[in-house]
Design a binder for this molecule. Structure first.
Ligand SMILES: Nc1nc2c(ncn2[C@@H]2O[C@@H]3COP(=O)(O)O[C@H]4[C@@H](O)[C@H](n5cnc6c(=O)[nH]c(N)nc65)O[C@@H]4COP(=O)(O)O[C@H]3[C@H]2O)c(=O)[nH]1
Length: 834
């Protein structure tokens, strides 16, 4: 069966032919009226109102044989009240009415509730396109086999009685004489009502010959035959007559199938309705409970719905936005083209997703992750837009913070190593493309650790930030300054010529070395800078960085506060340094160290006044390595204290030998690292070893450089006082270099001051060095501090120092540092000549 046209209304199919008569009309007249109008039902009116209905099917209910039958008024036999439907009612609902009331006619009311026509079940059936359905329904399922065949001689009253009693729509009449069958139907009985006189027998009312149909035919064949022959009954024949099928049977079949289908459709509609109601309920619940803001707008942008999260996120209450446009939320952050692109995507792809900056009710900007979906309602020709958004301001902030932390140094705000590497590789690609030069400059602050240790980490941080600002202040636009960590900075600069790099490095050195004010202390700091240039010193990031680093170390070696441009020879030095580092780790255990001895001579008497023990490293493959090279490495590797302890122990052993062999060579001086003194264990270590080897402390001299006191002055002072208390002699080495803070001399228990060899090397001269040496000796004398001049190589130097009344000299002129046995030989020779 075709799908019923569910949206068809009664008004589309009903018949406007409404035949009616007043209530007192005799039934006979009413039936006549029906005949005239060729209708199957008549409505009964009383004072303009329809009060009842009489149909052909009611004819058997009337006793037409009664003598008073002709006086029966229609209101006595009509059905009341009349069931009606509005013309706007759906056909499906009207069909249900037929079913519920078991009727075949409905009164149709117009919009003013006035009778407008009649709807019969046949009207519905005719309008549902049933041909296809009927074609597939065989007739044998539907025709009636309970045939009633009466003799042609039977009276018509008898036939009416049988039909009424057996509720038959028709009976067959057999005429034996003619040996044919005829048929009497309900319509023939209705015809009797208006007959003035009845004829008997019934054969007179029978129709013949019979209109027959084969029992194998379809209901459609039957339907067509009835329509063609304008009859309502067909006799079904196999070999014999086997039944009758009426139009009412057809209708009933269609009706039941139609109603089944309708019921199913209604059931499905109910299920779908329930489902959609449930979906709607759930959708509303979800929308209400959603933490995402949701806003629904019409095609023209009018806001028609928002959820509670919308209010929470934007601050706008529902009533403040309904009827308004989404521009109520707009910030000025986005251009027209941004919104144009967004709407283009919504129109063509049906959806847009992205970040957008909007404004809350109070004007506060916030970033939202927004999805806009275009919704097309297939039932109504309407387009809606749903905007779903979450506030991602915090997440954006966190992301920015993370990226700040990931790419920037927190202390100085400068790019960190990661960002620097990124920029370096980008700059390298550009330099390769454009044939440009590019320089990488390593900047390492000299003795930063000492400032950090003496003034505290906060001060250290402050210093780093100030240094960064200073370098930034002279940084050309487009160049990058980054902090790699600690006191290491790196610069990425575009250079036109290598020579300009030198000038810039000088500027950086100058900026850094200007005194800084930190916690009300004036602090002076210097830097060592090394640079490598693309493409001469490397064509990739790693090589350039490595070479700049090597150059920076070289700058430190040659005397800090200086700049070095990478040279290939430095590479070899650096490799050598690495090789040394790995070998130094096990050098003590491998017994590769040895002490050399260099005597000090009293200037006036020429006597040996003391001896300095100088460390030598006999590295099996690299040969003898100078302490100037390995001491900084030992400091870097954290091996220096271990090395110092080894030296102190060797010195104690040596002094034991001196006592044993009556060697009168004054004191044995050893060099101690600043790191060891800072640890605060030097005095106790020395005391322990002196005691262990039973050595007179007065025989031991400890040489320290100024850097030992720069940081942790009071701790260093405590250590020196403790050493002094033991009886150990204290000498300030390399005086004149470094800080030369003369105040130390008065505040610390210093016995001897050694003038640095660099001054001695330049005396006598006319450039001021002689004056410095003179001043140092005068000062020392005034403080009753003993003075030693080291690095004396020439007789002129000796003479000059003698003139200045210097106490003691040390240097190649008198004796080079020599191995133990040579020292004994030297001593013996001296002793014998004396
Ligand atoms: N040009 C020249 N040089 C002369 C002359 N007379 C002596 N020297 C050298 O000058 C340096 C003097 O030692 P320093 O100033 O304490 O400087 C020492 C000292 O600071 C450090 N050092 C040496 N031995 C040790 C040690 O056992 N422990 C520690 N911590 N440092 C040591 O290594 C530095 C270098 O030691 P060396 O290479 O042995 O170099 C020694 C010595 O060989 C001279 O007339 N002309």
């Amino acid at each position: 069966m075709n799908q019923p046209r569910r949206h068809q209304k009664v008004g589309d199919v009903f018949s406007q032919k409404l035949v009616s008569c007043p209530a007192h009309t005799p039934l006979v007249d009413a039936v006549r009226l029906m005949h005239v109008h060729n209708v199957t039902a008549i409505f009964v009116k009383h004072e303009q109102s329809i009060v009842g209905i009489w149909t052909e099917a009611d004819c058997l209910q009337v006793d037409i044989t009664s003598p008073v039958f002709k006086d029966v008024a229609i209101h006595e036999v009509m059905s009341a009240p009349v069931v009606s439907v509005p013309s706007q009612c759906l056909l499906s609902d009207a069909t249900l009415r037929f079913q519920q009331h078991g009727i075949r006619h409905l009164l149709v009311l117009d919009n003013d509730k006035q009778p407008a026509g009649m709807l019969s079940l046949s009207d519905i059936v005719h309008n549902q396109g049933l041909d296809h359905y009927l074609q597939f329904r065989p007739i044998h399922e539907q025709y009636r086999t309970d045939l009633e065949i009466v003799d042609s001689a039977m009276s018509i009253e008898g036939v009416v009685d049988i039909m009424r009693a057996k509720r038959l729509e028709s009976v067959l009449v057999y005429n034996q004489a003619l040996d044919i069958h005829g048929i009497i139907t309900q319509r023939d009985i209705v015809g009797l009502i208006i007959q003035t006189e009845w004829l008997n027998p019934c054969w007179q009312y029978a129709s013949y010959p019979l209109i027959e149909i084969d029992s194998e035919s379809s209901l459609f064949d039957a339907y067509r035959l009835m329509s063609d022959r304008n009859v309502r009954h067909l006799v079904v024949r196999d070999t014999d007559i086997c039944g009758v099928i009426s139009f009412a049977d057809l209708i009933t079949e269609i009706e039941s199938a139609y109603c089944c289908e309708l019921e199913r459709a209604i059931e499905q509609r109910d299920i779908a309705l329930q489902k959609s109601q449930r979906n709607l309920f759930l959708a509303n619940k979800i929308i209400d409970a959603s933490l995402d803001g949701i806003m629904l707008t019409q095609r023209d942008g009018t806001i028609i719905q928002v959820n509670p999260a919308f209010t929470k996120l934007t601050g706008f209450a529902e009533h403040e936005v309904i009827g308004k446009r989404p521009s109520i939320l707009s910030s000025t952050k986005h251009s027209r083209s941004f919104y144009q692109k967004m709407w283009h995507a919504i129109e063509y792809d049906g959806v847009w997703q992205g970040e957008i900056c909007n404004c809350k009710k109070g004007g506060e900007e916030f970033v939202e992750w927004l999805t806009i979906i275009k919704i097309k309602d297939p039932n109504v020709d309407e387009i809606l837009y749903a905007a779903i958004f979450s506030d991602i301001t915090e997440r954006k902030r966190a992301e920015e913070k993370i990226s700040q932390l990931a790419y920037y140094d927190e202390l100085t705000g400068l790019p960190n190593r990661r960002l620097f590497n990124d920029r370096l590789s980008i700059a390298l690609s550009a330099a390769k493309r454009n044939d440009d030069l590019l320089a990488v400059m390593f900047i390492d602050l000299d003795r930063f650790k000492e400032v950090n240790d003496s003034l505290g980490h906060d001060a250290g941080d402050n210093l780093l930030a100030q240094v960064a600002d200073r370098i930034l202040s002279i940084l050309p636009q487009g160049d990058t300054l980054a902090r790699l960590g600690g006191d290491e900075f790196v610069l990425l600069c575009e250079v036109s010529r290598v020579e300009t790099l030198l000038g810039f490095a000088e500027q950086v050195l100058q900026q850094v070395s200007m005194p800084l004010l930190i916690n009300e202390h004036e602090v002076a700091i210097t830097a060592s800078i090394g640079a490598a240039v693309y493409p001469d010193d490397g064509i990739d990031s790693a090589t350039l960085l490595k070479h700049a680093d090597i150059a920076m170390y070289r700058a430190k070696e040659v005397g800090r506060n200086s700049f070095q441009l990478f040279k290939p020879a430095m590479n070899a030095r650096s490799l050598e340094r690495l090789a040394m580092m790995s070998r130094l780790q096990n050098a003590i255990e491998s017994d590769e160290f040895e002490l050399y001895f260099q005597p000090k001579q009293h200037l006036n008497s020429g006597k040996i006044l003391g001896v300095e023990a100088l460390l030598r490293w006999q590295e099996p493959s690299l040969g003898v390595i100078s302490p100037a090279k390995f001491i900084p490495l030992a400091e870097e590797l954290g091996l220096i204290v271990k090395l110092d302890l080894w030296v102190i122990e060797q010195a104690c052993k040596e002094l034991t030998k001196w006592r044993q062999y009556d060697i009168e060579a004054g004191r044995l001086a050893i060099n101690i690292s600043a790191n060891h003194l800072r640890q605060g264990l030097l005095a106790s270590n020395v005391a322990r070893l002196l005691e262990q080897y039973d050595v007179d402390p007065r025989k031991l001299e400890i040489e320290l450089t100024e850097s030992c006191f720069i940081s942790h002055f009071s701790e260093a002072k405590q250590e020196l006082l403790a050493l002094k208390k033991l009886g150990v002699h204290i000498t300030l080495d390399d005086f004149g270099t470094g800080y030369s803070a003369l105040s130390y001399l008065t505040k610390l228990p210093i016995d001897t001051l050694k003038i640095d060899a660099s001054f001695i090397a330049k005396v006598p001269d006319e450039y001021g060095n002689s004056e410095i040496v003179t001043a140092i000796i005068t000062l020392a004398k005034s403080l009753s501090i003993h003075v030693v001049a080291e690095g004396v190589e020439k007789i002129e130097q000796l003479n000059y120092l003698q003139m200045l009344n210097c106490d003691t000299i040390q240097g190649y002129y008198f004796c080079r540092p020599i191995a133990k046995q040579q020292w004994y030989d030297f001593y013996l020779a001296k002793a014998q000549s004396a």
